[in-house]
Ligand binder design. Structure first.
Ligand code: SAM
Length: 204
């Protein structure tokens, strides 16, 4: 947490507090637990990663969450960021395309007593229409564009944060909805695993 504070980039103390509450070590496979509190992405199996803490903090901060917000996360992975998001919002729907990861994440969230996080298995590029609209949407894998279904599921005044660009290097983009209009901002370069799905990269 000191590294995050020292970066000078995470200025929302609520985000720092939220991250201090969630034990990242519980979401990291035993072989990598020694590095759980280093500011690095770590493997979680199935060729996927738990994101770097600084990136989790910056994406969470960019969502400008309010305690009554309903959030959609695309890319559950380990479940860590979903737990962080829940600290700052009322409810989180999180969608993961790899069933084994979704199952593992749901088990860990339950074990830690994190309530009001619903883990779903499926193609998150299509969002989760049954529970839309969302006050905030975060995509934790990099796609060629912001998936149109996710924009359609963003509430008026809502914020969406997603890595967008070529497969191996993306820009973090924040989109705000104002009625029928959306306004995009570029928040800087990032590198994420690919977002695979109907409104992402082809799955193979
Ligand atoms: N937020 C995660 C955490 O806290 O551990 C890290 C996510 S990891 C960087 C990206 C995840 O996105 C992977 O688990 C990957 O399987 C998932 N993913 C990729 N494409 C997806 C899609 N279309 N729908 C849902 N999940 C997807």
């Amino acid at each position: 947490m000191d590294q995050l504070r020292a970066s000078g980039l995470v200025t929302d103390y609520r985000v720092l507090d939220a991250m201090a509450e969630v034990p990242r070590s519980e979401f990291v496979p035993p072989a990598h637990r020694g590095a759980a509190y280093d500011d690095v992405a770590l493997p979680i199996g199935h060729d996927q990663t738990i994101s770097q803490p600084l990136v989790v903090a910056l994406m969470t901060q960019a969502l400008e969450l309010q305690p009554t917000d309903r959030v959609l996360e695309v890319g559950t992975g380990s479940g860590y960021q979903a737990a962080v998001l829940r600290q700052l919002a009322d409810h989180v729907d999180t969608v993961e395309r790899i069933p084994a990861l979704a199952e593992q994440a749901a088990e860990m969230l339950e074990e830690l007593g994190v309530d009001r996080v619903s883990v779903h298995t499926g193609d998150g590029t299509l969002g989760w229409p049954d529970e839309a609209p969302y006050d905030a949407v975060v995509v934790t894998a990099g796609g060629p564009e912001v998936p149109p279904p996710l924009l359609a599921q963003l509430a008026d005044g809502g914020r969406l944060v997603a890595p967008v660009g070529p497969r191996h290097a993306q820009e973090l983009v924040r989109v705000r909805r104002h009625g029928d209009r959306t306004v995009s901002e570029d928040l800087g370069p990032v590198a994420f695993v690919p977002l695979l799905g109907e409104a992402g990269w082809p799955a193979a």
